[in-house]
Design a protein around this ligand. Structure first.
Ligand SMILES: Nc1ncnc2c1ncn2[C@@H]1O[C@H](COP(=O)(O)OP(=O)(O)OP(=O)(O)O)[C@@H](O)[C@H]1O
Length: 225
């Protein structure tokens, strides 16, 4: 699903955020990317979503070389990727329903189908009864779950998450990571950037470790202890 081939990224005026990074994530796999602050985790995810472009190397996503995707093709590419952020980025003046519906509106899905899919997504994250509420009336964990429902509502093949549990207490963090594992079981490929090592170890999934932009370890799920 994802292949990085000797990928480097140097921000303008900055040092190298990623250096000659090569790895693959298989279809339907779930993996964590971890490492110290500034190791390059967010940069790696941004390259996948074409929020940033690599300075060198190749990224292939679901058989498509990202270097061939022009600016006009980016929205289409992003529709195939569900993205979850640390600060959920919900629209605070819209209901939970409207927030989750947004990717389907952008994707021009018919209204009746939208409603069906929004409710299915809210049900998966356990928030079916909250659809008429505004995000501000929900707890931090619930808000993050709305963000996850929004990410999966268009049934992306790939789900990427950048520190999705960064603002949550440990119990809620475990629940959120459990949700990601459930989506993997439903066939979605999942890549999560996190610096929460105890939580990562608990999940028993593959772990890719970055250090100053370099891949320094790649631990298979079966080897995580
Ligand atoms: N837009 C940018 N312009 C310049 N430098 C950047 C930019 N974004 C990130 N960097 C630098 O690239 C390096 C990698 O940053 P990145 O955000 O990918 O790391 P991270 O592992 O996600 O860190 P954190 O856990 O703190 O979010 C850092 O040195 C950072 O300062």
């Amino acid at each position: 699903m994802i292949r990085f081939d000797q990928v480097s990224k140097r921000y303008e005026g900055g040092h190298e955020a990623l250096s000659q990074l090569s790895f693959e994530v298989a279809d339907g796999e779930m993996a964590f990317v971890t490492g110290h602050s500034g190791a390059g985790k967010s940069t790696l995810l941004k390259l996948i979503a074409l929020i940033e472009r690599p300075s060198h190397g190749q990224i292939v996503l679901d058989g498509q070389s990202l270097s061939k995707v022009r600016r006009g093709g980016i929205p289409r590419l992003r529709r195939g990727i569900g993205m979850v952020f640390q600060d959920h980025r919900l629209l605070m003046d819209r209901t939970v329903f409207a927030n989750v519906e947004l990717p389907l509106v952008i994707g021009a899905v018919a209204p009746a189908e939208r409603a069906r899919r929004v409710r299915a997504a809210l049900e998966k994250v356990g928030l079916l009864d909250y659809e008429r509420q505004l995000p501000a009336s929900l707890s931090a964990g619930e808000q993050q779950r709305v963000g996850i429902a929004r990410a999966i509502v268009a049934r992306p093949k790939l789900l990427i998450a950048d520190e999705p549990t960064g603002n949550l207490d440990p119990q809620l963090a475990v629940e959120i990571m459990g949700l990601f594992a459930e989506f993997q079981q439903l066939g979605t490929t999942v890549l999560v950037a996190s610096h929460d090592l105890p939580l990562i170890k608990r999940m028993k999934k593959r772990v890719v470790v970055l250090d100053h932009g370099r891949l320094v370890a790649d631990v298979a799920a079966s080897e995580v202890q």
